[in-house]
Design a protein around this ligand. Sequence first.
Ligand code: UDP
Ligand code: MG
Length: 332
Amino acid sequence: MECIEVKTKENRERPRLIVVVPCYNEEAVLPITSKLFLDELNAMIADGKIAEDSRILFVNDGSKDQTWPIITGLSEQDTHFAGISQSRNRGHQNAVLAGLMEAKDRCDITISIDCDGQDDMHAMEEMVDAYRGGADIVYGVRDNRDSDSWFKRTTAQGFYKFLNKMGAEVVYNHADYRLVSSQVLDAFSDFKEVNLFLRGMFPLVGFKSACVYYTRNARMADESHYPLKKMIGLAADGITSLSNKPIQIITNVGIGVSLIGFVGVLWALIEALLGHTVGGWASLTCIVCFLGGIQLLSLGVIGEYVGKTYLETKHRPRYIISACTGNWHSEK
Ligand code: UDP
Ligand code: MG
């Protein structure tokens, strides 16, 4: 077994923090939340909890609006702001990964947080305290879902329960607001999959973890960029990248249906021998429909896994950075 080298540069007393903030078409939100992020960072620096050269790293995820010019403008106003830009829109999970991987060798800890101000920024300080107390991963956990619509609340809760039933280990009500030390990120960089479900992958890395509870608010401006279609995609990714259970379920259903089918065949033979076979159209149609449905569903689920394997074998890059702000480049 390979050992991960313990970092000697690790600084638990006054760590260098890089806050990783994915942004996609957030021109309405960034001018508001960037100030709040900076205030929070400055407060922690003033309290001596993090290093003076800590940063807020915006990851532009191929936005089509003014997001990138806003980020470059911010980095010119204050050196605590920096930015990198993905070559195109790759989705939230890839944007977070890009930020974490670019940050890991320049800091002691990272905190990933959405840019819309929904996650309570004050929880960052508690996360840093937990790190200083010895935790290497600190999960931000929502203490309630009052700010969500009924639909989002119900589907999200069902999703977590379903994931856990399927054998995937996820922290209940934790999304992607978390502190991760650079030592954990070093270990994490060996998880090479391109289908990302970060909240389910970090528990697999191990290390000492803690939870910090916070209240999630409504978006400060604009609307969610996570429509139902993307949410379903993330849920499917979560299940199929963390668990083989759906395939096992299909096998079990297959065994059950085959047994019933066997009884059906016996029944049909006996009926035929007794000379009762008239019509039979309805029962035949039912059986064909039932089996057809099960078979198609099963093929679909297996296809999901085959498709994933196909994408993984390509070893395509998980993110491509096309630009970064001047200060981020010169620090390297
Ligand atoms: N986001 C991203 N790429 C995308 C979609 C969203 O980087 O393709 C970012 C977005 O800018 C925000 C975060 O991911 O910082 C969460 O998105 P959003 O608030 O729209 O989702 P919700 O909070 O409704 O789940
Ligand atoms: Mg949001």
